[in-house]
Design a protein around this ligand. Structure first.
Ligand code: NAD
Length: 265
């Protein structure tokens, strides 16, 4: 029997079988959770078959930038699940031009607003919509962050600010929802090659740098992130809330490190 047996998880942010949401869905399924998925319209043909492979026939379209979509989505979910235990927020977006070149030049009022709306405000909106479903069930919410929330990273630009907002969002939601038994945490994942990550210039270099200098000397996998999310959303983590858990092979803990070939010199 898995440690999520009897739990229901709503997963927001599945696009492909490379998505972090897919790693989380697989890990939660392996631990016995029942799953439901939301996705954007143009990913329907990819998400519906993926959901089926994990035994889920609950999939619906929801653009997190639209209050009407959020209301409609949760209303349709109510017909299948009157309650659930886990909300996974694995959604982020910034226009491509915001992730190119210098932060100071690339950041406009408009792309700042878009990045914060879709990548951070959506967590508040989804937590509010989930609240009546999750109340008093010892459930958990998990969001996906990145080191750019607390350090400057080339090209990550305005997404770093949006992730800082997301991490603050986690702490404020944890304070509001803790008294009714819901925990709220984030995972700050190391770089993983997904559809969104492919939009960040120099992403391959980033992967190579991290793998050659972090303590584990490798990039993290979807399973690494998925298993950590399954743990955080389970009763095994019942005392953990408002936290950012780094799943990055220890990269953020290192002050200085040389790739093996340079270390001898
Ligand atoms: P992904 O492209 O597989 O997933 C991003 C998801 O966001 C997609 O499903 C996309 O459809 C969804 N999305 C974008 N705009 C949306 C909108 N308006 N409404 C609804 N959904 C929308 O990429 P991923 O890397 O798996 O990203 C998942 C999360 O993990 C993001 O928060 C990302 O910032 C975070 N993260 C990624 C990495 C990485 O290196 N890949 C590292 C740390 C954190």
């Amino acid at each position: 029997m898995g440690f999520l047996t009897g739990k229901r998880a709503l997963i927001v942010g599945l696009a492909t079988d490379r998505s972090i949401a897919w790693g989380i869905a697989q890990a939660m399924h392996a631990q016995g959770a029942e799953l439901a998925f939301t996705h954007i319209e143009r990913m329907t043909d990819r998400v519906v078959p993926l959901a089926r492979t994990l035994g889920s026939d609950i999939t619906f379209v929801m653009d997190v930038a639209s209050d009407a979509d959020i209301d409609k989505g949760f209303e349709s979910l109510r017909g299948r699940w009157p309650a659930f235990d886990i909300l996974v927020h694995a959604v982020a977006f910034a226009p491509k031009e915001a992730l190119t070149g210098e932060f100071i030049s690339a950041t406009t009022r408009e792309n700042f607003q878009t990045a914060h709306d879709i990548s951070s405000y959506s967590l508040t909106a989804l937590a509010r919509a989930s609240r009546p479903f999750m109340k008093d069930r010892h459930g958990a919410i998990v969001a996906l962050s990145y080191l750019g929330a607390v350090r400057s990273i080339p090209s990550y630009n305005v997404m770093g600010l949006a992730k800082a907002s997301l991490e603050a969002n986690v702490r404020f939601l944890a304070a509001d929802l803790g008294p009714e038994g819901t925990r709220v945490n984030a995972i700050s994942a190391g770089p993983v090659k997904t559809l969104s990550a492919a939009g960040i210039p120099g992403f391959r270099k980033m992967l190579a740098h991290v793998a050659s200098t972090n303590p584990l000397r490798r990039n993290v996998t979807l399973a690494d992130v998925g298993n950590a999310a399954a743990f955080l959303c389970s009763d095994l983590a019942s005392g953990v809330t408002g936290e950012v858990l780094y799943v990055d092979g220890g990269f953020h803990t290192v002050g200085m490190s040389f790739p093996a070939e340079d270390a001898a010199g």
